[in-house]
Design a protein around this ligand. Sequence first.
Ligand code: PLP
Length: 348
Amino acid sequence: MADGRAVLRIDLAAARANWRLFAGLAPEAGATVKADAYGLGADRLAPAFEAEGCRTFFVAQVQEGAALRALLHADCAIYVYNGPAGGDHYLYSDHALRPVLNSPEQIAAWRDGGGGACALHIDTGMNRLGLSADEARDLAATGHGLDLRLVMSHLACADDPDNAMTARQLADFKALSALFPGVPRSLSNSAGALTGPDYQFDLTRPGVGLYGGQPRSTPCPDLKPVVRIAAPVIRLRTLKQGEAIGYGAAFTAPQDMKVAIVALGYADGFLRASWPGGYGLLDGARAPLVGRVSMDLAAVDVTGLDAAPGAMVEFLGPALEDTARAAGTISYEFLTRLGARFERVYAE
Ligand SMILES: *Cc1c(COP(=O)(O)O)cnc(C)c1O
């Protein structure tokens, strides 16, 4: 610590508490740990969820699954959302992974490779992966012979409580999953799981909520922030009224200001578009970004605050959603872009 770098602090206890929240809502909660647990480190997060009782994990790619297998006990199931590519069956069998079958071609490839435990994805309106309703009916009618352990679909709009598409997808999922009686069912990501009891089915697949992102536009106060950046103040300066700061001289001080220059930039994955609108926190007080975020540095307004070189300005944490919104994106993208240059600290 205190080596001049920004610190990325990942609160494992908060992530575990967030998983318990989802586990309390559903018969079973899994954990989506794709993209290296949304950039936070699947090697630390996945075992933390397992220690809380999680036994079902989801990744996007078979390579992610192979790496995850080495971290978990054999009784954990690992599903691969993107499904088999054909020719990669050995990776599934070598690492005891289960593919999610998303198309007639993937079903054929899985059978050709010898089959095995798998999930079936049925599309209900996302129009990304999954069998169409007709394809699902055809499969059910032909005595599919697959070792189905899960039938799932994916919600497109559950972040928006007012969107009628979510209830429509629920109705379609009930009807189409009934084509595969006796197979456990899963519909919900984090947002769906927070939508209500109808959305739990047998298993949920939360991701972003585990990592402290707010899955819905109506925030869930029980989800705890997991990710905090602490960026050291390298120097303070006074900006006189009318003086500009940073590249493009894009911000001009409307009055005299005290500004802190911190060691955090877009090379760390702190998105350049976070200004205007983004802010840090100094001892809990807002310190708005001023001027363009540069590669290695950012400036925050600390007028009236007690700042000194070496002080740490906090970013993300409870401000994750606000910062992502200022950058024109969502917490998911902010998290998965956090870079390798931080000192990473995992707090139990
Ligand atoms: C990523 C993903 C999830 C997890 O979504 P969150 O919104 O992060 O909770 C669940 N299901 C599928 C199919 C996914 O691709």
